[in-house]
Design a protein around this ligand. Structure first.
Ligand code: TRP
Length: 450
């Protein structure tokens, strides 16, 4: 394995921003706030933090370690580690399952990413927020956007082409360069939105106490499972995206510190996004159980009614677009890198080929939303089925296998062969979580999802 030829992240900070950028995405800004709102705020946040630390973080660290030890593309890298561990050959399935899951995840993620772009440019060009006082307008435009594949196609394609361009640019000149610009911008946008919310509404205090005060009466078993499942999605673990990112780690990066920083950044973005959204919800009487439509339907209605709402809308959808565009490259990179190293295509052509295939799958996803029974299985649109499959099966199963593989099958000497988890107490704690805590939690999700 030539250490010299493989690209590396520039520094520990660059890595934290890149991996944190991959983690902080639509899951943090679109999903976390409405799930937290539905499940009573503080109590859910507390359970979520426990899931992140006890299950998400150990698996994230396992992916980083696998990547660092492998030091090549996921497929060949995992095969090498399986051989070096004398483990059963079937473990190489981790790499292939991850690839299959990534094809599905990116195809749905890009559809939603396309909507974020559509809303941003729509808000900019005043199409989605015309100076008409009809409150139903944004909801109607969302329905139009989702049910008419031709309307979504252009935005979806723009999102996919941007993702391909970022990944084709390479590890440092593409992915890292974009994250180093978009991540600080994302944090700045969040800060501006929070200040806006605090100044234009008088609900910031209420929002804070809702988010931080745990009311355990509202916490159901379903909410605990939801928190556990979301922990994987939000940290981008289970499919090998973070294995690929770990394979570009420079030797000087401290894995434990970097992983904690990535998890911290991801959690910070989810909490800040809630603080940007909740005051707007509270001030406009939006029910706390509006569900997935919160960001694309209810918030635009609220923005329409608020002073400065138009500006807020533009900033909010720019935030959503930035968050999505720092996450989607992490889904394409493992596939592109495998094609690059296993074929003679090279990085650019490999990325375009992988992205092209995923684009086609995404077109089917879009068509399935048209409500005309296209690309549907047993009456269920492909888009719904894929989302269900990803969060209830593919991510948990992938995370389970990674936890078991690193916890039980890979010898500790190999895990420590590159700069791994250096503190002996942290190492023991990590292995214990991988062996017992994470598998138990994940089995709960898998069983309940069936
Ligand atoms: N974590 C991202 C989010 O919260 C989504 C994401 C990026 C992801 N890469 C992934 C999810 C890989 C699963 C697997 O939006």
């Amino acid at each position: 394995m030539s250490e010299l030829k493989r690209e590396r992240w520039g520094s520990q900070w660059a890595f934290v921003l890149v991996a944190g950028g991959a983690a902080a995405g639509l899951g943090n800004i679109w999903k976390f706030p409405y799930v937290a709102a539905e499940n009573g705020g503080g109590a859910f946040v507390l359970v979520y933090l426990v899931c992140i630390l006890a299950v998400g973080l150990p698996v994230l660290m396992a992916e980083f370690v696998l990547g660092r030890v492998a030091n090549k593309n996921n497929l060949d890298g995992i095969r090498d580690i399986v051989k070096a561990s004398d483990a059963a050959p079937a473990w190489v399935g981790i790499g292939w399952m991850g690839m299959a899951a990534l094809l599905v995840v990116l195809s749905i993620y890009s559809v939603v990413g396309g909507w974020a772009l559509a809303y941003f440019f729509g808000a900019l060009s005043d199409l989605i927020f015309p100076n008409v006082n009809s409150v139903s307008e944004p909801g109607a435009s969302f329905a139009q956007l989702t049910s008419n594949p031709m309307k979504s196609l252009g935005w979806y394609t723009l999102f996919m082409v941007s993702t391909i361009a970022i990944v084709a640019g390479g590890v440092s000149k593409g992915i890292q360069r974009v994250s180093l610009v978009l991540m600080p911008m994302l944090l700045l946008l969040l800060a501006i939105l929070i200040v806006f919310g605090a100044v234009t509404t008088d609900k910031m205090q209420e929002a804070l106490s809702f988010l931080l005060f745990p009311d355990f009466h509202k916490l159901s078993a379903a909410a605990v499972l939801e928190a556990l499942g979301h922990a994987f999605f939000t940290l981008s673990v289970g499919v090998g995206a973070m294995i690929a990112f770990g394979s570009y780690l420079p030797a000087r990066v401290n894995l434990m510190k970097a992983s904690l920083a990535v998890v911290g950044l991801d959690t910070l973005v989810a909490l800040l996004a809630s603080l940007a959204i909740f005051p707007v919800m509270l001030a406009n009487g939006i029910a706390s159980d509006t569900g997935p439509g919160l960001v694309f339907v209810t918030l635009p209605i609220a923005f329409q009614q608020m002073p400065w709402g138009q500006v807020l809308g533009i900033l909010f959808f720019l935030l959503l677009s930035c968050a999505a565009l720092t996450s989607s490259p992490s889904m394409l990179e493992p596939i592109a890198n495998s094609l690059q190293e296993k074929t003679t295509l090279g990085r650019k052509k490999g990325t375009v080929l992988a992205g092209g295939v995923i684009w086609v799958i995404g077109v089917l996803q879009l068509l399935s939303l048209s409500g005309e029974g296209i690309a549907s299985i047993a009456g269920q649109p492909l888009f719904e089925l894929s989302g269900y499959l990803v969060s209830n099966l593919m991510l948990p199963a992938g995370a389970l296998l990674i936890a078991l593989f690193v916890g039980w099958a890979v010898p500790h000497s190999l895990l420590k062969s590159k700069r791994g988890i250096e503190n002996p107490v942290s190492f023991r704690l990590w292995v214990t979580c991988l062996r017992y805590v994470a598998p138990f939690g994940i089995l709960l999700i898998l069983l309940s999802g069936l």
